[in-house]
Design a protein around this ligand. Structure first.
Ligand code: FES
Length: 280
């Protein structure tokens, strides 16, 4: 079930390089879970933008004092649509559809988990970590970003979860320190599941490493999803089926959470690079 509402913006604040927005959205908080998406209409009569952007829900509250709210975190430097969103002011109204997609699955029994997030993709992870902890799972977090201003949720995660490793780029970039943090995190607690949220480049690094260390990976795809509802087919993701054949699913409606081991990462990365080239 999804809810389509016109949400009034009731709070906006800068968090490092990102913008944290809170909208009134009755009915979403009752049904949304960590990993779900929200599709947001961007643009107006004067902006020349007519599209949607789809981002993970950072947090929700059920109907109460403010009638139910959803929180999102956007990077205004990512593209003009995200800039338009980041520039909204309190009392502006935006059309929202949520919750969309597939949420993070929770283990049936308490298992040690490592939760990994990069840049704004990390937005839902403190929520997911709390859900895991409430199920009795020991949880550690790895929060990564391209610099200190692009780390999201470290303070909240330290306050609510405690075990947080922060990763920023080393001399050779982000991938090597990210790999080292994931390796150490999985080994330290013998993690059975790694939940990771990031762009494909980082997920393609984290997934094979975590699987090679014996963990199951559940990954949140954080690539462009124009509609978020499964209609535009702009977010195809190659996955390997049970019959070992590769087929395409839609990252927004069949994901954004998928088993990392199912994704054919080299094919996916090549497809994303081709799209970028075509747009240039
Ligand atoms: S973003 Fe349109 S189908 Fe996924």
């Amino acid at each position: 079930m999804t809810v389509a509402v016109t949400g009034e913006l009731i709070a906006t604040r800068k968090v490092g390089a990102f913008t944290h927005l809170t909208f009134v959205a009755p009915g979403v908080g009752e049904i949304a879970r960590p990993g779900h998406l929200v599709s947001v209409a961007v643009g107006d009569a004067v902006s020349a933008l007519v599209a949607r952007r789809t981002v993970p829900l950072h947090a929700v509250t059920p109907s109460g004092t403010y009638g139910g709210t959803v929180d999102i975190v956007v990077d205004g430097d990512r593209d003009p649509g995200m800039r338009w969103l980041a520039d909204r002011r309190v009392h502006d109204e935006v059309a929202l559809i949520a919750p969309l997609g597939r949420a993070f699955p929770l283990p049936q029994e308490p298992l040690p988990c490592l939760v990994v997030g990069v840049d704004t993709a990390a937005a839902p992870l403190a929520w997911q970590a709390r859900a895991l902890r409430d199920r009795g799972c020991p949880v550690e977090l790895v929060v990564a970003g391209s610099d200190d201003r692009h780390l999201f949720g470290v303070v909240e995660a330290r306050r609510t979860i405690g075990n947080v490793t922060v990763v920023t780029p080393g001399e050779t970039g982000l991938h090597e320190p990210l790999r080292a943090a994931v390796r150490a995190g999985v080994r330290r607690q013998d993690a059975a599941i790694v939940y990771a949220a990031a762009r494909a480049q980082e997920l393609a690094v984290v997934t094979p490493l975590a699987e090679s260390l014996g963990a199951v990976t559940q990954v949140a795809i954080h690539e462009d999803m124009p509609c978020g509802t499964g209609l535009c087919s702009a977010c195809t993701l190659p996955v390997r089926g049970r019959d070992d054949r590769v087929h395409s699913i839609r990252a927004c409606s069949d994901g954004p959470i998928v088993r990392g081991a199912r994704v054919v990462w080299d094919q996916y990365l090549a497809g994303l690079a081709g799209e970028l080239e075509a747009r240039a």
